[in-house]
Design a protein around this ligand. Structure first.
Ligand code: ZN
Length: 449
C-alpha cells in the first residue's frame, strides 16, 4: 500500500482532469475499475458538472528568470483549478494571490478554487519572506474547458444484490494521508474481497470529493436503493488512533460493527455524525439517509499536517495502513456474517466434550472459544444476532462466529433464516428431527469451569 502511495504521490489530481484519470489507471492494475465520464454541464442533483481542469506547468520567476515558486517541485504550489495566466506583476499586486501558513512557516498549504474562476499560488511563509519587492513573471499553463468528470467504480458481485458501498475521495494532489491512504486501503480491500466468496455485492467508488458522490447518487437511483451498509475511507495512514464517525442513523449495523472492532483494538475514537467532513455528508443527506459511516485514523482537520505539504510520504506508515486495512476487513466480516441463529438442542447444555468441542480439563477457566460456544448456544434463540452475542459476551465477533460455525458443523445450530426456510418448504419437524434426536437426552459438558 505504501508503494502504491509513492507511485500516486507525484500525480497532480483534482476533481476532474488527466491527473484523476491516470490515478484510476494505476489503481486498475490492482483491481478491475470501470471509469465513467460525465460531461461538463450535466445537472446532478442541485449541482452541475464543472469544466475540466488540466495543468502542465506553473511558476513564479524573478527578474533573472529563476523560478522562485515551481509547480515541478510541488504541485501544491498552484491553487487547484487556477485559470491560465501569464503576466508580469509586482510582488505587492501578487501578494493577495499568494497563500501561506504563517503559523507553520515551512509548509506549503493546499488550496482550491473549484467553483469560482480564479488563480493563485501556495508557498511557505519563509519562502515568501525571502522574496525581495519588485516585478515577477507568473505563469500558470492550465486549461479550464468543457470536458468531463471521471470516476472509477469496482463492483464485486455477491450472492445477493444487497450492497456494501465503499467510497474513497481521490481528488487531492500530492497529499499522502488525505487522500492517498484511502485510495490504497480501498484498492487493497477490493483486491482482498475479490478473492473470497461474498454475500453482499461490494461497490467501491473512487470519486472526486463532494461533486463525485453527488454525481454518483444522481445517476444511480436503483443502486442507491440496494445499499445496506457503507463506509467512507480516508486518512488511514497516519500513526494516530483509529476513528469511526457514525452514520446519520447512529445505530446502523455498520455503526455497531465499527464500534465493536475499534472497541476491541485499544485507543480509538467514536464520533457521532455531523454534517461536515467527507462524502458521508452526501450519502447521509436527509433525502438518502444511507447507513454510511466514515473510517479514519486522526480525523480531517485534527492533525497539523492536514492539507499541507507535511502530509507527505513519511507521514503515512506501512504499519498504520496495514492496521487500517485489518480493521476495515474486520468490520466487513461482521456486515457479511452477522446472522441470528437457533440452538437445536436448547433444553440443558448439549454435551460439547463428547463432540470434541470442549476441552475436558475440569477446573480451568474456559478459553475464549469455549466460552463463545456457551454464549452462542444460550442466546441463539432466533432473536439475538451473533454481533448481539459478541457484544453481550464482550468477546470478539470473529471468535463468536468461529464458535457458531463449529456448532453448526456439529449439528447443534442453524441460522434463523434456514429454520424459516425449512418450516416453509419441508414437512414440519422432518428436516430437523434427526438433528434433535442426536442431541437429546445429554447432560452438561464434563467441564463446567
Ligand atoms: Zn482533504
Amino acid at each position: 500500500m505504501h508503494t502504491l502511495i509513492q507511485d500516486l504521490y507525484p500525480i497532480c489530481r483534482s476533481i476532474t482532469g488527466d491527473g484523476f484519470r491516470n490515478s484510476l489507471r494505476r489503481l486498475a492494475e490492482f483491481v478491475p475499475i470501470e471509469v465513467t465520464e460525465v460531461p461538463t454541464g450535466t445537472a446532478v442533483l442541485d449541482w452541475t458538472i464543472p469544466k475540466e481542469w488540466n495543468i502542465r506547468d506553473a511558476w513564479i520567476a524573478d527578474a533573472s528568470g529563476r523560478r522562485v515558486v515551481d509547480f515541478r517541485a510541488s504541485n501544491l504550489h498552484v491553487v487547484s483549478y487556477s485559470i491560465p495566466v501569464h503576466t508580469r506583476i509586482s510582488l505587492a499586486d501578487l501578494r493577495p494571490r499568494l497563500h501561506t501558513l504563517p503559523a507553520q512557516p515551512d509548509l506549503i498549504p493546499y488550496r482550491t478554487t473549484y467553483y469560482s474562476e480564479d488563480w493563485g499560488f501556495c508557498m511557505s511563509q519563509r519562502a515568501l519572506d525571502a522574496l525581495p519587492e519588485g516585478e515577477y513573471e507568473v505563469c500558470i499553463d492550465s486549461t479550464l474547458a468543457p470536458g468531463s468528470l471521471s470516476y472509477g467504480e469496482c463492483v464485486l458481485r455477491g450472492t445477493t444484490t444487497d450492497e456494501v458501498l465503499i467510497s474513497v475521495h481521490s481528488c487531492h494532489p500530492s497529499l499522502a494521508n488525505d487522500n492517498l491512504s484511502g485510495m490504497a486501503v480501498g484498492a487493497f480491500l477490493a483486491r482482498h474481497l475479490s478473492s473470497s466468496s461474498r454475500r453482499h455485492t461490494f461497490r467501491f467508488l473512487f470519486i472526486p470529493g463532494t461533486i463525485g458522490s453527488i454525481t454518483w447518487l444522481a445517476l444511480h437511483e436503483p443502486e442507491v436503493a440496494r445499499i445496506r451498509h457503507g463506509l467512507v475511507l480516508s486518512c488511514l495512514g497516519d500513526p494516530g488512533d483509529s476513528t469511526y464517525k457514525r452514520s446519520r442513523r447512529g445505530n446502523a449495523l455498520v455503526d455497531r460493527a465499527a464500534a465493536h472492532v475499534l472497541g476491541r483494538s485499544g485507543a480509538h475514537r467514536l464520533l457521532d455524525f455531523v454534517p461536515y467532513g467527507y462524502d458521508e455528508r452526501q450519502y447521509c443527506s436527509p433525502g438518502f439517509d444511507l447507513p454510511v459511516g466514515c473510517l479514519t485514523r486522526t480525523p480531517n482537520g485534527r492533525f497539523p499536517e492536514y492539507h499541507t505539504s507535511a502530509d507527505n510520504l513519511s507521514f503515512v506508515t506501512p504499519e498504520a495502513l496495514e492496521d487500517s486495512l485489518a480493521k476495515a476487513l474486520a468490520i466487513i466480516e461482521i456486515l457479511e456474517h452477522d446472522v441470528a441463529c437457533v440452538n437445536l438442542s436448547p433444553k440443558g447444555e448439549p454435551q460439547l466434550g463428547r463432540r470434541g468441542l470442549y476441552k475436558n480439563t475440569g477446573g480451568t477457566s474456559p478459553a475464549d472459544f469455549e466460552m463463545s460456544l456457551l454464549w452462542v448456544l444460550n442466546f441463539s434463540d432466533g432473536q439475538y444476532s451473533l454481533l448481539d452475542i459478541a457484544e453481550r459476551a464482550a468477546l470478539p465477533f470473529t471468535t463468536i462466529r468461529r464458535a457458531a460455525i463449529a456448532l453448526r458443523d456439529a449439528g447443534l445450530l442453524i441460522t434463523a433464516d434456514e429454520r424459516r426456510g425449512r418450516f416453509e418448504t419441508a414437512i414440519p419437524g422432518s428436516a430437523s428431527a434427526p438433528v434433535r434426536s442426536r442431541t437429546s437426552g445429554t447432560h452438561a459438558s464434563a467441564s463446567s469451569g
